[in-house]
Design a protein around this ligand. Structure first.
Ligand code: E4P
Length: 216
């Protein structure tokens, strides 16, 4: 399983990129709005930091509007992926965009049948939102497992981006389930780095070293 970062905050993206474990970025309208910056300006800056797929989302409700927005988004940079909602209009847009060779990420996927339809419409990626399912007492990981199984059986090449990740256990379960990618908030990436035994072990090494070599 590979890692994308799920944020539009360029400072977070820069910090994570320096550690080398992220190979893509996902944004959504809420994440862009949180930054209070112009969409194209933020996206352009992100493309200068990470050399991998960068998802920018359309906001039009109709297919023609989505397609027009998609054409603008892909002009920003060659790595742009157009994020499209899982609606009838969204699938129409995905079908058209895939014929044009434009990569798409179908978002707001909450069932395996939605994922299957999105894949058959030509989506490059599907983004099942597991955290939001867990929030309503529905098993988000089971959704990832179902999609992995269905795509394997059918030989579907659409990649599964586990999204709406809330904590490191989600990462473990998604990796075991066989998700291709997890798109992870910066905070969760940092939680994955930390371990109290690493911290106390490092303190002990430092203390022993100082006692042996700096106390004479
Ligand atoms: C995915 O692409 C979305 O941006 C994201 O994972 C949504 O997560 P949330 O449920 O934390 O808003």
């Amino acid at each position: 399983m590979r890692f994308f970062i799920d944020t539009a905050n360029v400072d977070e993206i820069r910090k994570a990129a320096k550690m080398g474990f992220i190979c893509g970025v996902t944004t959504n309208p809420s994440l862009i709005a949180k930054e209070g910056r112009d969409f194209k300006e933020v996206i352009k800056e992100i493309t200068q930091i990470v050399d991998g797929p960068i998802s920018g989302e359309v906001i039009s409700p109709d297919a023609a509007g989505m397609i027009a927005e998609a054409h603008d988004i892909v002009k920003i940079h060659k790595n742009m992926v157009v994020k499209v909602p899982m609606t009838a209009a969204g699938l129409e847009a995905v079908h058209e965009l895939s014929k044009e060779g434009i990569k798409t990420n179908v978002t707001l996927v909450f069932s395996a049948t939605q994922a299957l339809l999105a894949a058959r419409s030509g989506a490059t990626y599907v983004s099942p939102f597991l955290g939001r399912l867990d929030d309503i007492s529905t098993d988000g990981i089971a959704l990832i497992e179902d999609i992995v199984q269905i795509f394997d059986i059918a030989g579907i090449e659409t990649q599964i981006i586990a999204a709406s990740i809330r904590h490191p256990m989600h990462i473990l379960e998604c990796a075991k389930a066989g998700a291709d990618i997890a798109t992870v908030p910066f905070k969760v990436l940092m939680q994955m780095i930390d371990n109290p035994l690493t911290k106390s072990g490092l303190e002990r090494f430092q203390k022993d070293w100082d006692n042996a070599f700096h106390n004479s």
